[in-house]
Design a protein around this ligand. Structure first.
Ligand SMILES: [Zn+2]
Length: 124
């Protein structure tokens, strides 16, 4: 893992570069305050929790969106990274993700599942 490169990667991501659908905007808005322990853990790796690479949202109920996973890019090799679980959230390396188009060594982790209050978009 290259924490400094990971920090630099997240620093250059603009919020406008992220998916602009309601569910992703909802994630960006709510994730940090709803999962402070996960935020703390990811921040130690250099990851900005508000800038996911990919999410998989589904409507859980009228008030809640369940993200079956949210994925994050980590720069460097996966040496030193261990899959873990914090509270009820699994954090693990995944090979099943969209193309990152990053040429330097990196890997992708996902956190799952995530439940967030629906604050953006229509309640269906
Ligand atoms: Zn989206």
């Amino acid at each position: 893992m290259d924490i400094e490169k990971t920090k630099a990667y997240y620093a250059q991501i603009n919020y406008n570069d992220l998916c602009q659908c309601d569910d992703c905007k909802n994630y960006v808005k709510e994730i940090k305050s709803s999962y402070p322990f996960i935020d703390e853990y990811l921040a130690k790796l250099g990851i900005d929790i508000t800038k996911p690479f990919e999410t998989a949202p589904i409507d859980f109920d009228r008030e809640t969106i369940m993200y079956t996973m949210a994925q994050y890019v980590v720069m460097g090799t996966s040496n030193g990274f261990e899959n873990t679980k914090i509270n009820d959230v699994d954090i693990h390396i995944t090979d099943s993700h969209p193309m990152t188009n990053i040429t330097e060594p990196h890997f992708v982790i996902e956190i799952c599942p995530i439940y967030l209050k629906k604050v953006i978009g229509e309640r269906k």
